[in-house]
Design a protein around this ligand. Structure first.
Ligand SMILES: *Cc1c(COP(=O)(O)O)cnc(C)c1O
Length: 377
């Protein structure tokens, strides 16, 4: 028998979640965000599963784009940080990648570089505006000049204006950044009016229809495609009609009886307050399970909700079986998602560990066997 830990990836759930995004988006087209190895689900696997329905895929890894093209993905590919240096331009042209331009240097390379001298078909581009996130993007001072250069360049096929929201998943929402975006566009309305827009991430797509635009505009959902709520404090994934795509399933490897005062695991961080029965399950931070998940973090064991006790190790977690007398060695454990042991939203595990669902998904390590299923769970 092999180590009983696997990540079950449910492609029917992925397509279902895409259909939820599609329904919210109306006439707006969808970039399916597959950066970071498809949020840990496999970049090629996700793109192939959505190839029949996606309008395009958004990522930022150039080797990933090369691999998607080699796998036969024909959809438009949006490179969300553009090119990092001039010498990447020929690859953008050859693979027909749409760059998101966020800096004056990128605009200059695109319009001037001799490396694009034999570009035979102009490239569509995105121009990213900084509306308050203050990471990447043009401010008012550089926006007009960038737009002027791009509009005059025979290398540029069409320009879409983009921004990214900092608080779409928070009570603050998007109003402040929308106002800033409108002011930036309004400041050079002669050039910016009528350009298509690409604004919404998952949270904005679900919560702020005003960020969507209409036909010709685009949104960029990521996390919701993978079945997690972008704003779990406001809406659970189930409320939003989303189904988990990655399900981390395990089993109990050993059972142990504890007496009052017995400690569990590294640092003896958990001490039994009374007689207890615990199970040791496969799965630890060496698999991508968050090490900061404290005692009390929810876990499903044989259809019942239980909790972690003690620190997460590299390879194992310890779970409380005191109220589960029938759960022994081999009992199914769901660390997150849907599994033989029951249903546990990743958002709850992530919150207990002081993080967000995105992080454990991206953190799944290469040693975890992936089982791909097509049917809905
Ligand atoms: C990752 C990312 C997204 C997707 O965000 P979700 O919250 O996963 O929907 C959209 N736009 C940009 C620029 C991103 O970096």
């Amino acid at each position: 028998m092999t180590r009983p830990l696997r990540a079950r990836i449910d492609l029917a759930a992925l397509r279902h979640n895409h259909s939820v995004a599609r329904r919210h988006a109306g006439a707006t087209a969808l970039w399916c965000v597959v950066k970071a190895n498809g949020y840990g689900h496999g970049q090629v696997r996700v793109a192939e599963a959505l190839a029949g329905v996606a309008d395009g895929f958004a990522l930022l890894e150039l080797d990933g784009a090369e691999t998607l093209r080699a796998a036969g993905i024909r959809q438009p590919l949006l490179m969300m940080e553009g090119f990092y240096s001039e010498d990447e331009l020929p690859q953008f042209a050859r693979l027909r990648l749409i760059p998101v331009l966020h800096s004056p240097a990128q605009v200059r390379w695109l319009v001037d570089s001799p490396l694009l001298a034999d570009l035979n078909e102009p490239l569509p581009v995105y121009l990213k505006l900084n509306t308050g996130m203050n990471r990447l993007g043009f401010d008012a001072a550089d926006f007009r000049q960038a737009l002027t250069l791009l509009r005059a360049s025979p290398r540029v096929a069409g320009i879409t204006l983009m921004t990214h929201f900092a608080d779409a998943d928070e009570p603050a929402g998007i109003a402040r950044q929308m106002a800033r975006f409108d002011a930036l566009r309004g400041g050079i309305a002669d050039m910016a009016d009528g350009l298509p827009l690409c604004l919404a991430n998952s949270a904005a797509l679900l919560r702020f229809p005003e960020a969507l635009g209409g036909a010709g505009d685009w949104a960029r959902p990521g996390i919701m495609l993978y079945g997690c709520s972008p704003c779990p404090e406001l809406h659970s994934a189930a409320d939003l009609g989303l189904k988990p795509v990655m399900n981390l399933e395990s089993e109990v490897l050993a059972v142990r009886q504890l007496a009052t005062g017995d400690a569990v695991g590294y640092g003896s961080a958990f001490v039994a307050p009374g007689p207890m029965r615990i199970g040791i399950a496969a799965g630890g931070y060496g698999d991508g399970y968050p090490r900061h998940a404290p005692s009390g973090t929810p876990v499903m064991v044989a259809g019942r909700r239980s909790r972690l006790v003690g620190r997460v190790s590299m390879d194992k977690v310890c779970v409380d079986l005191t109220d589960l007398p029938d759960a022994g060695v081999g009992a199914p454990v769901t660390l997150w998602g849907d599994g033989a042991a029951g249903h546990l939203p990743l958002e709850e595990v992530a919150a207990a560990a002081g993080t967000i669902s995105y992080e454990p998904l991206c953190a799944l390590t290469a040693r975890v066997p992936v089982v791909v299923v097509e049917r809905a769970s």
